[in-house]
Design a protein around this ligand. Structure first.
Ligand code: GRF
Length: 196
């Protein structure tokens, strides 16, 4: 299975996928390309360091959002991946891409959907919401992407304890280490081996 990984930031989820492919936790899978909307995303450095083709397609390089959307879809069509993985990708996926790649786009969200998700809940804001509400358990979710935000069918979830004294950053790190970096590779391996 050939996958494209879409990233915007540090790329720790991308790194987890790279490492799990290397140690054969993920089988039948190769990363065909990493695409970022952010030229400075460290995720692109991780791709380069691992001999994986990296490309930046940024809305800033286009006169309109429509032209950016077209460029992104054209790139997906050029690579023609079996699966598109959103790993901390902070740009809305064009409706055309969702339609063309139905059930072929998955996303990792750092909460137990339907909690703390949807518009405005991304990155640290997710964990700020969890701490504000005082939940004792949070976690991460891998789901198929549909036309909504964090609304597609859920594939895997993993719970993580919220501990006294947690700050948003401490909680984010625990959710990434104990949940995101575990269930995203797991979901990719399940799809690559026909277990979904
Ligand atoms: C993090 O907030 C993570 O929880 C979410 O995307 C953001 C960036 O992750 N999934 P990464 O380090 O770029 O994979």
């Amino acid at each position: 299975m050939r996958i494209v990984v879409l990233v915007s930031g540090g790329g720790t989820n991308l790194q987890a996928i790279i490492d799990r492919i290397k140690d054969n936790t993920i089988t039948n899978t190769e990363i065909a390309e990493v695409v970022s909307n952010n030229p400075n995303a460290y995720a692109l450095t991780r791709a380069k360091d691992n001999g994986i083709s990296g490309k930046c397609i940024s809305p800033k390089d286009f006169d309109s959002r429509d032209e950016f959307n077209k460029a992104l879809v054209d790139e997906m069509d050029r690579i023609n991946p079996d699966l598109i993985v959103l790993a901390g990708f902070l740009v809305n996926i064009p409706a055309e891409m969702v339609k063309k790649y139905t059930r072929k786009i998955i996303n990792i969200h750092p909460s137990l959907i339907p909690a703390f998700c949807g518009k405005g809940f991304y990155g640290l804001k997710v964990h700020e919401g969890a701490l504000e509400r005082g939940v004792k358990i949070t976690g991460a979710t891998v789901h198929f992407v549909d036309e909504g935000t964090d609304t597609g069918p859920i594939i895997l979830q993993k719970a993580v304890e919220v501990l006294d004294g947690d700050t948003p950053k401490i909680l984010q790190k625990r959710v990434m280490e104990q949940a995101e970096w575990v269930i995203l590779p797991q979901a990719i391996d399940m799809i690559a081996n026909g277990r979904i």
